[in-house]
Design a protein around this ligand. Structure first.
Ligand SMILES: *Cc1c(COP(=O)(O)O)cnc(C)c1O
Length: 361
């Protein structure tokens, strides 16, 4: 096999990044372990407990329950599954803001629950009044997003928690991407700020762990009882994960990255990413593009279709929001030099695509 993975030097829209060297090394060492079978692989099972304890510290939860999932998708599916299994209705629904991740669509489909999607307010956050109007006695789960995938917005988490409590629903916070940057901001987003029941936080995004390392946390261990199935041929007696065999690489690399970086390294990384996002937002604003203010290190800007395609043609790995805006995620591998070179290409190609567009008229 001769193929090489892509370099990261033109990757601007990924939510994943180059793993921290310590995380890469740990992932390689623990690749052939299976935390799904703790009786056979006890060392990695212990590491998983450490990972969850660390994640608990990051999200303000003293005695966390949880596990290292394959990613935010599995964690979100499992959160919906907990809520569905616990709900005392035959017709459960999940209420989420329009900024909710598409993994909740998978969850609703797989689990047979109704997904109610509520419009956002003008600031691109969940509209609490709309959520309150949407919930009813069949609502099993209310979802809040702490660091939305498209615009990096943080929903009003305490208010959404209250809306969930009104109807006795569980409350889940999706901090898959935001969880490793929000501790360094003033946002209210975690278990200390609100009666959050479950949370998704992915070490393999801003946490700089190797893929696959997602995280699902719960305030009460009892919530995982909703998921437990008996495991006849294993020494352990039950399993709450969605996957069976799973790589210990993600688990070990999550512990290695967090031990290396929490809190000082992540704080410095957040400062760098946020400064870069603001620099890019200013640079694009100066050039006349409409830019969504980067509240977290994620910049969205309206650019023309031909310019977007021309930038892709230069090898920039960029993607678009649902509304078609360019979306740049200032992940740890995204340096100021990369952004300067990107903006230089924007200048050069904008001139060319404008000429091309007007000569088409
Ligand atoms: C990335 C992301 C997910 C999905 O996580 P995967 O690790 O890709 O499965 C879910 N929610 C949010 C907010 C995300 O940013």
């Amino acid at each position: 096999m001769q193929a090489e993975p892509q370099a990261f030097d033109r990757v601007l829209s990924s939510m994943c990044t180059r793993p921290h060297p310590a995380a890469r090394e740990a992932a390689e060492r623990f690749l052939a372990t299976n935390p799904g079978d703790p009786g056979t692989y006890p060392t990695v099972a212990t590491l998983e407990e450490e990972a969850i304890a660390h994640l608990g510290e990051i999200v303000g939860l003293a005695d966390p329950a949880g596990y290292v999932a394959s990613g935010g998708t599995e964690a979100n599916i499992q959160a919906v599954r907990i809520a569905r299994n616990q709900a005392s209705t035959d017709d459960p629904n999940v209420v989420m803001p329009a900024s909710g991740h598409f993994s909740f669509r998978k969850a609703a489909n797989v689990l047979g629950v109704e997904l109610r999607v509520v419009p956002l307010d003008e600031g691109l956050r969940a509209d609490v009044d709309a959520v309150s109007q949407c919930v009813d006695e069949d609502t099993a789960l209310v979802v809040g997003v702490a660091g939305s995938t498209e615009y990096g917005r943080v929903d009003p988490i305490p208010e959404l928690a209250a809306a969930a409590q009104e109807v006795d629903a569980l409350f889940h916070v999706d901090a898959a991407w935001g969880g490793f940057v929000l501790p360094f901001t003033d946002h209210e987003w975690n278990f200390e700020h609100a009666p959050v029941d479950t949370m998704t936080i992915d070490p393999h995004k801003m946490g700089q762990a190797a893929v696959p390392a997602g995280g699902l946390l719960a305030r009460e261990e009892a919530l995982f009882d909703e998921l437990a199935v008996d495991t006849p041929y294993l020494e352990s007696t039950s399993q709450a994960t969605l996957t069976g065999t799973r790589s210990g690489g993600g688990v070990a690399s999550a512990v290695a990255a967090i031990e290396e970086l929490w809190p000082g390294g992540y704080h410095a990384q957040y400062d760098r990413s946020q400064t870069n996002a603001e620099w890019l937002a200013d640079a694009l604003t100066e050039r006349g593009f409409d830019v969504v203010d980067p509240e977290l290190p994620l910049v969205a800007a309206s650019i023309s279709e031909p310019l977007f395609e021309a930038l892709r043609g230069e090898g920039w790995r960029i993607s678009r929001t649902g509304d078609g805006e360019l979306r740049v995620v200032c992940m740890p591998h995204v340096t100021r030099e990369m952004l300067e070179s990107f903006v230089a290409d924007v200048d050069r190609l904008a001139a060319r695509t404008r000429v091309a567009v007007s000569s088409d008229d």
